[in-house]
Design a protein around this ligand. Structure first.
Ligand code: NAD
Length: 517
């Protein structure tokens, strides 16, 4: 990689965060003891049938932190058998909802009691900011658990107004055994976003965490058991996608697969579901979300918001605001400000409380982002800042902003999933709507303006599942989240997520003395 860019900008950005050799300082004393490394099946930690293991690597220093049992088809079979037994004969789907809710609330308390350890596991596994996990991500996961714990005893159907002499009503019943396949970018959020509503619904499940980040999922499984979740209800099978993941999506005894990950793998999961038992599928996939900044927006808050929108979690966020459109009247000033802020953004060890961006989660991700950056340069995009790795060790990448690009450029089209923004100028509202929609994705969009007419027009014209107005990344447990177009279908969060783990059964009976008798 270009050593010149590295040395010039590295000093500026990593101020006080590097040693004499240029390596970023590390906080090795924060590394937690790793207690759980096996598969969790039927309430027990077990080795994989074949005895294989996979490595987890600390993206700060590339050291192997653990060898974790690597599950394959045989292990998925055992986990599904346990989940099937727990669903068909166990207490979880049959107990009153309030009792499930009480156990889930206890699970939430246990997570809070272990929050430091859980946050540290996600830092050494996925390079996540320790302070962010501890103050935001894990408390949010706990809040999800409490939200659905509260919903567990409010699951009911409807009385139907039938057109003939019939009385009818609906029941909502748990869908059965669910396979959850999740990515590595938010291990706490992803685990709870899937597990909490499925638990509340009365389902049993097999969770496959991403191969890069299995450690906290195993800890959550341990805490769930301690809280009183019966054996077999939550099973965790670590492993790779084409083996353990494929065994889940193609399994004949799994009733639904809830997948979060890339659009490419989402397609494979859907095919496997179609060619096995036609299990239900929910897909939460990638994005390339636009943030549209209009002339009347406040420059300071707009630049903060747009920068955080792309750099939070080092850009490894499905809703990252990777395409920023700024109206021509404020464009020059906006560009100056956002570039200055990006240069001052602190990158370094994610245990350092002053750091805002840690290392990318894995070698694969690090190399993929850098190759997109090189592609952008080759395509003739103007690099305003960043564009290179940072430090001599670890998967750190400079916050990067390109301009002079259009929707035809690969870096504007593809999801990079890293700290790389494409900054573009627009003239009219019609133009920005057209350009913002010129993507195969439709996960989220941001609109920054004080003009209510613009807000109404643009929010209704953008084909995306979530529209944030004068805010960004404003998630809430009560707010359904999911994609349009190739960002998938099926909602997480809100009661929509609970309902996707429930079947609707119609029950019909003739009214007494009606001609049906
Ligand atoms: P990925 O698709 O590579 O992997 C996701 C999961 O699928 C992993 O557990 C992986 O092991 C598994 N998998 C891989 N191949 C499989 C196969 N053949 N069969 C079954 N499972 C398989 O995605 P990733 O790189 O882990 O995560 C990044 C992607 O996730 C990005 O595209 C991002 O936008 C998306 N994402 C979406 C949301 C959302 O809510 N829409 C949230 C977070 C991440």
């Amino acid at each position: 990689m270009t050593q010149e860019i590295l040395s010039a900008e590295k000093r500026e950005m990593a101020e006080n965060r590097s040693d004499a050799n240029g390596s970023l300082k590390t906080y090795d004393d924060h590394v937690p003891e790793i207690k759980f490394t096996k598969l969790f099946i039927n309430g027990e930690f077990v080795d994989s049938v074949k005895g294989r293991t996979l490595e987890t690597v600390d993206p700060r220093n590339l050291q192997v932190t653990a060898r974790v049992a690597e599950g394959d088809k045989e292990d998925v079979d055992l986990a599904v058998e346990a989940a099937r037994q727990a669903f068909d004969h166990g207490p979880w789907p049959r107990m009153p909802g309030y009792q499930r809710g009480r156990i889930m609330s206890k699970f939430a308390v246990l997570i809070e009691e272990n929050i430091d350890e859980l946050a540290a596991l996600d830092t050494i596994n996925g390079g996540k900011l320790f302070s962010f996990s501890k103050a935001m991500e894990i408390p949010y996961a706990v809040a999800s658990l409490r939200y659905y714990a509260g919903a567990a005893d409010k699951i009911h159907g409807e009385v139907l107004k039938m057109s003939r002499d019939l009385h009818g009503y609906t029941l909502r019943e748990p869908i059965g055994v669910v396979g959850h396949i999740i990515p590595w970018n938010g291990p706490a959020t992803m685990f709870m976003m899937k597990v909490a509503p499925a638990l509340a619904a009365g389902c049993t499940m097999v969770v496959k965490p991403a191969e890069q980040t299995p450690l906290s999922a195993l800890f959550y499984a341990h805490l769930a058991k301690k809280a009183g979740v019966p054996d077999g209800v939550i099973n965790v099978v670590n492993g790779f996608g084409p083996t353990a993941g494929a065994a889940i999506s193609g399994h004949m005894d799994i009733d639904m697969v809830s997948f979060t990950g890339s659009t490419e793998v989402g397609r494979i999961v859907m095919q496997a579901a179609a060619t096995s038992n036609l299990k239900q599928v929910s897909l939460e996939l990638g994005g390339k979300s636009p943030i549209m900044v209009f002339d009347d927006a406040d420059l300071d808050s707009a630049t903060d918001l747009a920068l955080t929108g792309i750099l939070v979690n080092k850009g490894e966020v499905c809703v990252a605001g990777s395409r920023v459109y700024v109206q021509e009247g404020i464009y020059e000033e906006f560009e100056k400000k956002i570039v200055a802020k990006a240069k001052a953004w602190s990158v370094g060890d994610p245990f350092d409380p002053n750091v805002r961006q840690g290392p990318q989660a894995s070698k694969e991700q690090f190399e993929k982002i850098l190759s997109y950056i090189e592609h952008g340069k080759r395509e003739g995009a103007t690099l305003l800042t960043g564009g290179a790795p940072l430090g001599t060790k670890g998967y750190y990448i400079q916050p990067t902003i390109f301009t002079n690009v259009t929707e035809d450029n690969v870096i504007v089209k593809d999801e990079i999933f890293g700290p790389v923004m494409s900054l573009m100028k627009f003239k009219t509202t019609e133009e920005v709507i057209k350009r913002a929609n010129d993507t195969r994705y439709g996960l989220a969009a941001g609109i920054l303006t004080k003009n209510i007419d613009l807000v109404n027009t643009v929010s209704r014209s953008i084909r995306a599942g979530t529209i944030w107005i004068n805010c960004y990344l404003a998630f809430d447990n009560d707010c359904p989240f999911g994609g349009y177009k190739m960002s998938g279908f099926g909602k997480d969060y809100g009661l929509d997520a609970l309902h996707k783990y429930l079947h609707v059964k119609s029950v019909v009976t003739p009214i007494y003395n009606s001609p049906w008798l």
